[in-house]
Design a protein around this ligand. Structure first.
Ligand SMILES: Cc1cc2nc3c(=O)[nH]c(=O)nc-3n(C[C@H](O)[C@H](O)[C@H](O)COP(=O)(O)O)c2cc1C
Length: 394
């Protein structure tokens, strides 16, 4: 087993590594997950967050390499979701006198609701002296549950950021500069798009609070610790939390007999012809959580479905349902609905209605194609996309 790792003098990573988790509440985690917990060896021995319940043995073993877990004085619960707090009952049993801190209101209530354990409430700006260090709590409600908070250690200049700035990436190397930066950034974007995105405005407020801190490290509860590329992840969060889009198109479709696929290919090629980077995504071949990663910064989003039994295809409906829950600021994005039908174009119409409900900017009505598109139909489609781009650029 990988030993506990001292990430800064007297501050230890004691978390768990979940090498084989591949689906995490509907989100594919192809690179696995870590549940990061941190132990501060100060006068009051302090544990920041715990692990998923199934990793409590790993957590206790790693803590034991540093100190007898019964000696823990303080447990900070930055977020009660069970990937971070599932081992709290085990720690509470081993160290029953340890004082548990959670955010006032939501955090304390959630600790009680999940585990029947009483926690001490802290508010934003409250501090806790643990000896040499003073910890400061900053609540970050709805990033991504009501209870979320982050904890800052002054001596170490470490922000224990919980879910913010996290990435699902299982590795024995704890720091950003020890791993492939492209891979971590890709996973950070996937994490943002699938977990944090609906709460961009709240995340932006949290980001503003973070900017005022002297930071040597940002230690999230998932993935690598940022120490050499703090500026890069903050820059990305600035763009993501302000819903910035790039000159990029994502064309998502499913098709039974290739007519909708022909339309999708034509739309994709039309974007490319206008100098816009475009990606063609068959929903059968990509997981919806990966599609969201592509969609996160795309200015143009085209979605197509044929008609099956008076409906859009269930694969497309699944993607649209997931997307609508995650992406709140679609009015800044240009949407396009399309698809083929035989006798009543209900599939593509439903796609349009979903994009409308998701508040996309929809410059043209739904584009429907009876049966198979002809060369002429495809040329018309190309002209429509060209016009949409020209109008958007004007
Ligand atoms: C099982 C099945 C059910 C269909 N149901 C409908 C329908 O309810 N309404 C309709 O207009 N077309 C219906 N169609 C026709 C398709 O929508 C049509 O063939 C369309 O061109 C398929 O597009 P695709 O090649 O992108 O799959 C159905 C086709 C199949 C195979």
């Amino acid at each position: 087993m990988l030993n506990a790792i001292e990430i800064s003098p007297k501050v230890w990573w004691v978390g768990g590594i979940d090498w084989n988790e591949r689906l995490f509440h509907g989100y594919t985690t192809e690179a696995g997950i870590t549940y990061n917990a941190y132990l501060i060896m100060d006068e009051k021995i302090t544990l920041i967050d715990t692990c998923k319940a199934t990793f409590s043995n790993e957590l206790v073993q790693r803590i034991s390499q540093v100190v007898d877990p019964a000696k823990i004085d303080v447990v900070i619960t930055n977020h009660v979701e069970m990937d971070h707090s599932g081992s709290l009952p085990v720690i509470h049993k081993i160290a029953p006198n340890a004082q548990i801190y959670a955010s006032a209101g939501a955090g304390v209530n959630e600790v009680k609701a999940h585990f029947g354990i009483e926690a001490t409430p802290v508010k934003s700006g409250d501090t806790l002296n643990i000896g040499e260090r003073t910890l400061t709590f900053v609540t970050t409600p709805m990033v991504h549950w009501p209870d979320n908070m982050v904890t800052y250690s002054d001596v170490d200049q470490i922000l224990f950021s919980n879910d913010a700035f996290g990435q699902h990436y299982a590795t024995t190397k704890r720091f950003d500069d020890e791993n492939d930066l492209c891979e971590i950034m890709k996973q950070a974007k996937k994490y943002y798009a699938n977990i944090v995105w609906p709460y961009g405005m709240q995340a932006h407020k949290a980001l503003e609070a973070v900017k005022g801190l002297e930071l040597k490290m940002i230690a999230p509860s998932h993935g690598c610790i940022w120490r050499s590329h703090i500026d890069k992840i903050l820059e990305k969060y600035e763009a993501w939390t302000t819903y910035q889009t790039e000159e990029k198109a994502v064309v998502v479709f499913d098709s039974m007999w290739h007519s909708t696929e022909m339309m999708a290919r034509e739309i994709c090629d039309s974007f490319i012809a206008e100098g816009i980077s475009a990606k063609l995504i068959d929903v059968k071949a990509s997981h919806i959580s990966d599609i969201m990663t592509d969609l996160c910064d795309a200015r143009y989003v085209a979605v197509g479905s044929p008609t099956l039994n008076s409906n859009m295809l269930p694969t497309v409906a699944s993607f649209l349902t997931y997307m609508r829950g995650l992406s709140p600021k679609n009015d800044q994005r240009i949407g396009l609905a399309f698809g083929s039908y035989g006798w009543a174009p209900l599939g593509p119409k439903q796609v349009y209605e979903e994009l409308e409900k998701a508040k996309f900017n929809l410059p043209v009505p739904v584009i429907t194609q009876q049966w198979i598109p002809s060369e002429e139909n495809l040329a018309e489609l190309q002209a429509t996309v060209k016009k949409i781009i020209e109008d958007a650029r004007a």
